[in-house]
Design a protein around this ligand. Structure first.
Ligand SMILES: CSCC[C@H](N)C(=O)N1CCC[C@H]1C(=O)O
Length: 358
């Protein structure tokens, strides 16, 4: 059981307990679907002695079953109940792991409940070791999420794109993903023409025109697991410079993909892409890391950047997505999801990588 593994890992590292607020870590450890609870305190309390209990608003009475839980009602003080749980678990001081994304107001109150006796540490520093290596079932879910985005790409090539606004196309992509999966893993990026020089462009009112290169970056979720794909397409023949850039990015992506091996460091995969782009004279225009881990979160460990010290292992899953962005001209990015299987990289997303000119 994941919770037992986590408890022995945190104990081995000298932590006394953990406080986990709703999010993917809570889901990973318990399988409980607890949505963000807003301001209402919701915490999984774990002690390194092996005790654990969820503290949750009574709104969740129908959701939490077969799991040790203490509910609190609106009007009650949840921090008093937290204090009781901590007392029962004999946790009054020591090293506590805390969910990285926990609300600051919760953390401040927890600090008070502990009479300032706690030292807080980031939960991700421990749980990353479990989450980074996916098992077969997790990889199957990711394969499914990847198939969905491949299919959406095939379908969108048949849509009447000329004259469509970026925001309309983003919405159409989102609806298509929702039709085929459990939902989107992030809001789709549609970046056309010179807007494509911004790697995280928010789709706006610009209409797609002839000669545009368009970056399409979107993802699906299946059973909680994410996919994330980017393709750059052309509407009619684009200018020569962008055609050249496309080939450089495709080559960089392929070289990085081919360099994936269990035993190599993440930064070596980044270097394969970065050196290809720098070698073609575009080094200053590749402004982000080559990729990021992918799983329950769309961005997680291992990060594939120049500072990536994680040694790749079977079961790790991440994106490879180099890009070149030239202000005033536009940009190109090509992204696939990759799993390390039998020591080598295996693409999960397989949509066409040759430039599609519509
Ligand atoms: C979660 S929004 C961005 C999704 C996108 N696929 C992505 O991860 N990136 C686009 C540019 C680089 C990369 C990133 O690291 O943010």
């Amino acid at each position: 059981m994941r919770l037992d593994k986590f408890i022995s890992l945190m104990k081995g590292k000298g932590f006394d307990g953990a406080l986990i607020s709703p999010g993917t870590n809570l889901y990973y450890l318990t399988g409980l679907h607890i949505h963000e609870a807003g301001e209402r305190l919701t915490l999984l309390v774990i002690s390194s002695d092996g005790n654990y209990r969820l503290l949750a608003p009574s709104l969740y009475e129908n959701v939490v079953r077969n799991f040790p839980v203490t509910f609190w009602r609106d009007g009650e003080n949840p921090y008093e109940k937290l204090a009781w749980i901590l007392a029962e678990f004999e946790l009054s001081s020591g090293k506590l792991l805390v969910e990285d994304t926990m609300r600051a107001d919760w953390l401040i109150n927890i600090f008070r409940v502990g009479n300032r006796g706690f030292e807080f540490y980031s939960l991700s520093s421990v749980i990353r070791e479990l989450r980074m290596r996916k098992d077969h079932r997790e990889i199957d879910y990711m394969k499914h999420a990847a198939k969905v985005v491949d299919r959406v790409f095939e379908e969108l090539l048949g849509w009447d794109l000329l004259g469509m606004r970026e925001s309309e196309l983003a919405l159409k992509i989102e609806l298509e993903i929702r039709e085929l999966s459990d939902g989107i893993s992030f809001e789709p990026i549609v970046a056309s023409g010179e807007n494509a020089a911004n790697p995280h462009h928010a789709p706006g009112n610009r209409r797609l025109r002839k000669g545009d290169m368009v970056i399409l970056d979107y993802g699906a979720k299946w059973r909680g697991y994410c996919s994330d794909i980017t393709r750059t397409i052309a509407l009619g023949k684009p200018n020569e410079k962008l055609l050249e850039i496309y080939e450089v990015v495709k080559d960089a992506q392929e070289r990085a993909y081919k360099s994936v091996r269990a035993g190599r460091k993440a930064r070596e995969i980044d270097a394969a892409a970065r050196e290809t782009i720098a070698g073609a004279g575009y080094g200053d225009y590749f402004t982000h890391r080559t990729g990021h881990g992918l799983g329950l979160d769309v961005h997680e460990e291992p990060f594939i950047g120049p500072d990536g010290e994680v040694v790749l292992e079977n079961g790790m899953t991440f994106t490879i997505e180099p890009g070149i962005y030239v202000p005033g001209l536009g940009g190109v990015r090509i992204e696939d999801d990759v799993a390390v299987i039998d020591g080598r990289g295996k693409r999960l997303t397989r949509a066409e990588r040759e430039l599609v000119i519509l």
